[in-house]
Write a protein that binds this ligand. Structure first.
Ligand code: MN
Length: 367
């Protein structure tokens, strides 16, 4: 894949009249080069591919990115910025694109300062051109291999869900359960990169991104688990909400509405559908109920090498669904002081609809 992506970047450089593209965002470095760790940068020109890192990662980079010229900045240049500046000068780069929404202002300033110093005896200045979203746009459409990685990540997540259900009982804390859930995913085959999993209970389930606490699970609690893992870098993301013991009438009612919201959303998605129409479908079940004020407008997102990527699914979206994208659907009902319910699946958009990559049951589970 690496060569195809590089060719697309070269085409981009030609179209935009740029001489180089500087990649700083770790997941984009991975997407372009195949490198699986962090603390690395790429400088890509129309003829050359440079991989800039320090001695901790050179062995791995040499193995994973054999077609790159490997630059170990620490011994040769003293800083990654100095290395980038030297390569920019060496290649006569007049205009370089960079990820303005990621590269720090500090590093850009250091690269410029290095170039100024190197050019003190003459030489022309390099223009740095903000060029965001170039690789993100390519990442949106998944190749068959990427889809297989996403599918595997989702399958691991579903197996870990089956295991964690055995551990949920009154008296166990959210933190203990969250730790077990992460462990199960690694044991089931996930990469070991940590991931901020949500596992909350009782009235805390109305916190959309609540952090697992020392609270012990009590009889009658909702337990909301929003979690995922990585497989060869590709992420899964799923949410299920279960009840400890028997659900009361209100819990059953809110859960049933939530099930309907998810089902109606997943039923409409297909290539060409405006993303905002999926949001409208998600609210149909609660339009004429007292629960309408308690939903959240972001009902899903693309997922890939990063957990939240394009498209972002909500009423303001101007995008349309596209084939071979992987995304999640996660509407929810959150009632402050009472609790919340969320169900989330990861879906692959196919030629005529979706394939659910998260085949875990969505009926109310009473433990
Ligand atoms: Mn999500």
């Amino acid at each position: 894949m690496s060569e195809t992506v590089y060719r697309k970047i070269v085409e981009y450089l030609e179209r935009e009249k740029l001489d180089a593209y500087f990649v700083s965002r770790t997941v984009n470095v991975r997407y372009v080069s195949g490198y699986s760790s962090d603390d690395a940068f790429l400088l890509l020109t129309k003829e050359k591919k440079y991989f800039i890192t320090d001695a901790r990662y050179t062995e791995l980079a040499a193995a994973e990115c054999p077609d790159y010229e490997l630059i170990e900045w620490k011994s040769a240049y003293g800083s990654a910025a100095a290395a980038a500046a030297a390569l920019i000068k060496e290649n006569g780069v007049r205009a370089a694109g960079y990820e303005e929404d990621h590269l720090t202002a500090g590093m850009l300033a250091r690269i410029r300062k290095e170039l100024d110093e190197q050019n003190a005896g003459g030489g022309s200045a390099t223009e740095f051109v903000p060029a965001d979203g170039v690789i993100e746009e390519m990442r949106k459409h998944k190749t068959p291999r990427e889809i297989e990685c996403a599918r595997a990540a989702c399958a691991i997540t579903v197996r870990a869900f089956d295991r964690i259900l055995q551990d949920i009982r009154p008296g166990v804390t959210e933190k203990e359960l969250a730790a077990n859930l992460s462990r199960y995913m690694v044991l089931e085959g996930a990469d070991t990169m940590p991931y901020g999993n949500i596992l909350i209970s009782g009235a805390r389930t109305s916190l959309l991104h609540g952090i697992p606490s020392d609270k012990a699970v009590a009889y009658g609690d909702f337990v909301l688990m929003d979690f995922g893992c990585q497989f060869h870098g590709y992420m899964s993301d799923m949410t299920r909400t279960v009840v400890v013991g028997r659900a009361n009438e209100k819990q059953k009612e809110v859960y049933r509405l939530e099930q309907q919201m998810v089902a109606e959303t997943e039923a409409v998605i297909k290539p060409g559908l405006p993303v905002k129409d999926a949001y409208e479908a998600s609210t149909r079940a609660i339009l004429n109920t007292e629960y309408l004020p308690y939903h959240y407008k972001g009902i899903g997102h693309g997922v890939g090498l990063f957990v939240h990527e394009h498209p972002f699914i909500g009423p303001a979206s101007k995008e349309v669904f596209e084939e071979n994208t992987v995304l999640t659907i996660e509407p929810g009902i959150y009632i402050p002081g009472w609790g919340g319910v969320r169900i989330e699946d990861t879906l692959l958009v196919t030629a005529d609809g979706v394939e659910n990559l998260t085949p875990a049951r969505k009926e109310l589970i009473e433990l």
